[in-house]
Design a protein around this ligand. Sequence first.
Ligand code: ARG
Length: 589
Amino acid sequence: MKTIIELISEEVKQSFAKFGYDEKYGMVTLSNRPDLCQYQCNGALAAAKQYKTAPINIAQPVVESLKSNSIFKEVTVIMPGFINITLSDEFLANYLNEMKKSEKFGCENENNPRTIIIDYGGPNIAKPLHVGHMRSAVIGESLKRILRFFGNKVIGDAHLGDWGTQMGLVIAELKRRKPELVYFNEDYTGDYPKEAPFTISELEEIYPAASEYSKSNPEFREEAKQITYLLQNGHRGYTAIWNHMLEVSVTDLMKIYETLNVSFDLWKKESDAQPYIPEMIQYFKDNNYARISEGALVVDVKEDTDTKEIPPCMILKSDGATLYNTTDLATIVERMKLFSPDQIIYITDKRQELYFETVFRCAKKTKLVKEDTKLNFIGFGTMNGKDGKPFKTREGGVMRLENLIKNVNDEVYRKIMENRSMTEEEAVQVAKKVGLAALKYGDLSNQVSKDYIFDVDRFTAFEGDTGPYILYTIVRIKSILAKYAELKKGLPSQSIILAAGSESERALMLELTKFNEMIATAYTEMAPHRICSYIYDLANAFNSFYHDNKIISEEDEEKQASWITLITLVQEQLLTCIDLLGFDAPERM
Ligand code: ARG
């Protein structure tokens, strides 16, 4: 279904063409003076330059010829040649009726759906999740849903960090604390216990302790390195511990992601890519992609057009060890082999931008991917505290994600209990939903690449540009619909939206028509914040309409049925949008 802007532009373009002007000047945009008109076309001003005449000479006949067109209520020309457009109420209503009938409110699937892998979340085993991981998970989840909405095949991969020196550190620390464990007995040949020798909290406490200890103790550091090496080469006891670590961590991670309403299709691990490394390195060497530099193996990725210094991509260190990017390159090999994606999107902190640029160039240059395979990096900004510095706990430490979520939920719970009559049990459940909306909306309403300030009070407010406000609006509509259904023993049999009868109704209808255009923009720009600002406008438009019109007591039944249909459409759009953002609404709040 064409967007409303497309439909209006078509008419205006035709009119420009009719008078011998290039139709491109007939492009229409939303009005920046909504008090004067709904849409505008400024093309006559640009056309005037090309056709060497005054803009008014172009705009005047164009406007005259549009006046008889029934889709417009009013088309006027404003000096020096702006065209102001207001749609007819019948046209608006018809457009909404079409939108309502279409499967996705006028949005169409991609003509050529793509297979897309989204690499997001990026948790590490044995390390607690922090706010950076939250942003990756929240943004990635929303983008995954948006890409899917357009019919693409999207595979979300958590890309678990289970490789590298932190594994050796944790095992070394465990050995220091519990040397008697059977895993450390080199002569032991039997089976290892099924139960892990630690809980998740112990595990998470071990890593920072080990990391701290290693700073002042070179011997311990050496031991950890040795253990990492042995683990990566199949040491039995260490591998058994590592498997315990994986299991304990993943169980815990899945629980937290579930709380966040984030789910991955794949839980691939960095270690899964390791078997691809030797062959990849051989291939780099055989094709002269790689060279030795100071003992290390590197691939040059500089380009003539670079304005900044791009370092070579290091594949092997001089001691033969692999690096984070070796794993990422091998993961690309694995992904191409298993899924042949058309696109891979990585979502991390924007500080990793140069890193990914290097990896992408290397993958392209060495033809690990096809020429037309898209590799994209989406870097997000930092979540700051009210002091404008990266968010910390009151004690100055890194805030665990679980605690952050809990703080938000507690605040919402407090607000619910303050104002409403609800059982404690229900309030807890509702607070979880509303809290998640507060957190996710607070994050996603900002442009992804921007830093933002985490403000519990603001995010959890029931009024203003917040998740709870959106949910509150949805709940309000639900309750109107329920009341109507109860009074009338069902919903209207005729669900047709009639032409608007008041300013606030018209404004609401106009808002609703923007859905397909807005979603398409969110999709092409990969920008969830577009959806947030749309639903905020829509919720505001609905609430003004609601205050101006007494829906339940309206006596004109036809009108009332139309309103019910209209607000049902509002509700459906809002629900679709929050689903794309990754949260849902409670029954009441
Ligand atoms: N585990 C990494 C971290 O905590 C993020 C992984 C991002 N994805 C990737 N393919 N490198 O920073």
